[in-house]
Design a protein around this ligand. Structure first.
Ligand SMILES: [Zn+2]
Length: 337
């Protein structure tokens, strides 16, 4: 490994260093920095960044990085691992998805030195971390009051990215090639291979999401020849969803949810009942075709039009996907404490 320089600090081979990457100061005359851990191996190898809380209220990724960094057997033998638990430190401070200028940091890439606040922070992260890496794993969760089944979103049309996505070890992969000003888009345009991990809900820890995430990152590091750590105990087969869609409330009311994350559903299966304050059923939300629940609203109060269920479609492989989701749930469930 040759050395790596971040924020003017050079880290030699076979070292561990904490870096505080200076970001934009607060108006309270307070310095702000993005905390970073760099772990370099003895041998040459790829540089991988793992980032979390680009949306400041998405906390599972922070916990994934904390556990990874404290993992007793984490040893990087080749290349370098850059851990960035809080990209949007401002959002974490405010327990908010957004930047203080109300922008979504994940829509402000690549940004620029002279642009708006969010774009400046995006630009710092891009120059100091993404551009110095070969691979990246960006950790996200569902929005507030919404949970996602652990899933990888990536440009699966790119063979190397697809192979990486399959190595992560979650059953659901979603092909996503959006051009939206996201970290992922800028990284892909810079020639980096990027996975986006989505799991759990904002402002909450979700043990399945965290355990599957820690294991997934280790699987990738192992696959890239950067560590000798043990892989997950059982192989979970990944399946690519060819399509997905949101099911919305068709009435305003109180929701009795009948399906959970990971459940297989058939056409006409009732996903939820929406009722009035005295218990009368006002309407049923039904699946329209065979699929798997990969996202769900948790707050049991809806206005007509609110998104309730995110369902992914897998064609003939549907039953097998459900089996591997159960396998994942079984694998990580005992770790709840
Ligand atoms: Zn997010």
């Amino acid at each position: 490994m040759t050395s790596i320089t971040i924020a003017g600090q050079t880290i030699a081979a076979d070292k561990t260093a904490q870096i505080h990457l200076p970001a934009i100061r607060l108006y309270t005359d307070t310095d702000i920095s993005i905390p970073i851990q760099v772990i370099t191996g003895k041998k040459k190898g790829p540089v991988v960044f793992v980032s979390a809380a680009v949306h400041g209220d998405e906390l599972n990724g922070i916990e994934i990085i904390r556990r990874l960094n404290q993992h007793p057997r984490l040893k990087i033998s080749a290349g370098a691992l850059i851990l960035v638990p809080m990209v949007n430190v401002y959002g974490v401070l405010n327990q908010s998805r957004y930047m203080p200028d109300r922008r979504d940091l994940n829509r402000c890439f690549p940004g620029s030195e002279k642009g708006p606040l969010a774009g400046r922070v995006a630009n710092i992260f891009l120059n100091e971390i993404v551009n110095k890496s070969d691979y990246g794993i960006d950790l996200h969760t569902g929005a507030i009051h919404r949970t996602n089944l652990p899933q990888i979103r990536a440009d699966l049309d790119d063979p190397e990215t697809r192979n990486l996505a399959e190595q992560f070890g979650v059953p659901v992969l979603i092909n996503s090639t959006t051009r939206d000003g996201s970290l992922r888009q800028s990284a892909v345009e810079a020639g980096k291979k990027i996975l986006l991990y989505e799991a759990g809900e904002a402002l909450r820890f979700d043990e399945l999401a965290i355990a599957a995430g820690v294991n997934g990152v280790i699987n990738i590091l192992k696959h890239l020849g950067m560590t000798n750590m043990r892989r997950g105990k059982k192989k979970i087969t990944p399946f690519v969803a060819y399509n997905s869609g949101w099911f919305r409330a068709n009435a305003s009311g109180i929701v009795r949810s009948l399906k959970n994350l990971g459940d297989a559903v058939e056409a006409d299966d009732v996903l939820a009942e929406i009722g009035g304050p005295l218990g009368e059923v006002l309407s049923l939300v039904k699946a329209t075709r065979r699929g798997i629940v990969i996202g769900k609203q948790n707050i049991p109060l809806v206005q007509e039009g609110d998104a309730l269920y995110h369902i992914a479609y897998f064609g003939k492989e549907g039953d097998e996907v459900a089996e591997h989701i159960e396998l994942m749930q079984d694998l990580y469930a005992p770790e709840i404490f």
